[in-house]
Design a protein around this ligand. Structure first.
Ligand code: NAD
Length: 510
């Protein structure tokens, strides 16, 4: 990595014991990935660059008590909404003021290329806070006056203490969406970033505090899932869990949360179909399909990883898509011209290499590009952008979420065949369709069993619309109204409009 471009690691991690306000001190310096702490390794150089002490399970109580105290004492939730909204706008401005620093921290720990960290992720992180500031301005309750006797008023109140668990693949965007939603609605939160990528989120939390969110309202717990993560999920003092991560982990979280019957929102894995019909604008479909699978190093829940292309244009599409894949610029994530960086950490890289071996050795697949370490890049977790033609949708590579720059392509007879294959997956997070034929698009839109259907676009997000998954891709939705539903309780208050003539029980008048 270019030394000049290396961001400063927050002092919290070079002097862990001075950072008691950010993370509770670890008892001892641990080895990579132990319960005591995590040594972070930059994926391009394989060099360790930070040690993050972990919050241990027996410290969960202290965190929850602090969050609960901040909630009950009420300096945040009782703030007039205009002031809460103003604080959210200050956070957004601070995020933009520190855009370079945040982007570089995220790139350091995830290896998302700097152009995307800076241009897409930080911008969206800032927008998440302004979005919820705007929402507060227009947020209203409901009232009913059905009989004239009663006025029924429905208001929403914060749930209490919210645990927000984030994955490593897009830490800023994902943690900030939950954080902005939960605090805007008056909750106290504990953020649990991934042990592989906590730094940008920690810096974000510092900025949230700098913007004036009162003490105790936003806490951070760094550490492992089975350790502090599980201790917090099962803690009776946590009222709601907003989880983003893998499907298997989601199942564990739901089971663990059941013990104290708390609300759980789950945003989980995906294996999204990307349908390209003969009626598509081919050039745009190639551009968009490349973005769909290779943006964010392919380490994206919404990646369009299963490309289904109609027979009539299959040869042409596959030739163009494969040529462009081979021409992708894989390199140092801090190089502004890099299009794909290395895989985020060693274990994930090893997993992708194993999938690559399967592709090379199993007759069900034809490897058209990649499937192995990038030739000549012996240092760093550089996995070559991969295109594999698959003959059977039930095969492992077509059903498993690979979570890397790894596309499978299947040829399909027509739209009906494409829709059947698209829905033949345990996941249902997103889907893509490329076609200029409106009836085909409309039929696909109705038939696809997925939370989002992107039509002639690789990905776009309007925060007012819901985002989440069918089937094993999750429960609940981010955006509206899902974020409000997760982070508030509804309260109905019934008020008689005139004195009631009540039956006089016990007055001997019966
Ligand atoms: P993961 O499930 O391994 O971990 C996610 C988070 O959960 C981490 O912070 C981890 O420490 C924590 N965790 C793990 N076990 C836990 C437990 N038992 N109790 C409490 N916390 C626990 O996922 P990952 O590898 O970090 O992220 C990749 C996955 O996330 C992919 O499957 C991807 O599709 C999914 N994802 C989904 C969305 C979405 O919006 N649907 C967005 C991004 C990523």
């Amino acid at each position: 990595m270019n030394e000049m471009s290396k961001p400063a690691v927050p002092t919290a991690f070079t002097r862990p014991h001075a950072a008691a306000d950010l993370v509770l001190p670890a008892p001892a310096r641990g080895e990579p990935g132990t319960e005591e702490g995590q040594t972070l390794v930059h994926a391009a150089s394989e060099e360790p660059f930070a040690f993050v002490p972990h919050t241990l399970p027996d410290q969960a109580d202290a965190l929850v008590t602090a969050a609960r105290t901040a909630f009950e004492s009420g300096p945040w939730r009782s703030l007039p909404v205009t002031e809460r909204a103003a604080t959210l706008r200050r956070i957004s401005a601070l995020v933009l003021d520190h855009a370079d620093e945040l982007a570089r921290l995220q790139t350091l720990e995830t290896s998302i290329v700097i152009a995307q960290s800076r241009g897409m992720h930080v911008a969206r992180t800032a927008e998440n806070f302004t979005f919820f500031a705007d929402l507060l301005a227009g947020h209203a309750g409901e009232s009913y006056e059905q009989s004239g006797r009663y006025l029924s008023v429905v208001t929403r109140e914060p749930v209490g203490v919210a645990l927000l668990i984030a994955p490593w693949n897009a830490p800023l965007v994902l943690a900030s969406m939950k954080l902005a939603a939960a605090i805007s609605l008056g909750n106290s939160v504990i953020v649990k970033p991934s042990e592989y990528a906590p730094l940008a989120v920690l810096r974000l939390v510092e900025l949230v505090r700098e913007a004036g969110v009162p003490d105790g309202v936003v806490q951070v717990a760094c550490g492992t899932g089975p350790g502090i993560g599980n201790a917090l999920v099962s803690h009776p003092g946590v009222d709601v869990v907003g989880f983003i991560g893998g499907t298997e982990t989601g199942r564990r979280i739901m089971a663990s949360a059941a013990g104290s019957l708390k609300k759980v929102g789950l945003e989980l894995g995906g294996k999204s179909a990307n349908i390209v019909l003969a009626s598509a604008d081919l050039e745009r479909a190639v551009d968009g399909s490349l973005m769909g699978i290779f943006a964010g190093n392919g380490e994206q829940c919404l990646a369009g990883s299963r490309i289904l292309v109609e027979d009539g244009i299959a040869d042409e599409f596959i030739a163009r898509f494969t040529a462009r894949t081979k021409a992708l610029k894989v390199g140092d994530p801090f190089d502004p011209t890099s299009e794909i960086g290395p895989m985020a950490f060693a274990a994930h890289f090893e997993k992708l290499l194993a999938f690559g071996e399967t592709a090379h050795s199993d007759a069900a697949y034809t490897v058209l590009a990649g499937g192995e370490r990038v030739e000549g890049m012996d240092r760093g977790y550089f996995f070559a952008p991969t295109v594999v033609e698959a003959s059977d949708n039930s095969s492992d590579l077509c059903q498993t979420e690979l979570f890397g720059p790894f596309a499978t392509i299947q040829r399909v007879r027509d739209l009906d065949a494409a829709l059947a294959i698209a829905n033949d997956s345990e996941y249902g997070l997103a889907s893509y369709i490329w076609s200029d034929d409106l009836p085909s698009v409309m039929r696909a839109r109705r038939a696809l069993r997925a939370g989002t259907v992107w039509v002639n676009t690789p990905m776009a997000r309007d925060l007012r619309s819901p985002f989440g998954g069918y089937k094993q891709s999750g429960i609940g939705r981010d955006g509206l109204p899902g974020s409000i539903e997760l982070f508030t309780e509804e309260k109905t208050t019934l008020i008689p409009q005139e004195p009631l003539d009540l039956p006089k029980l016990g007055a001997g008048e019966g």
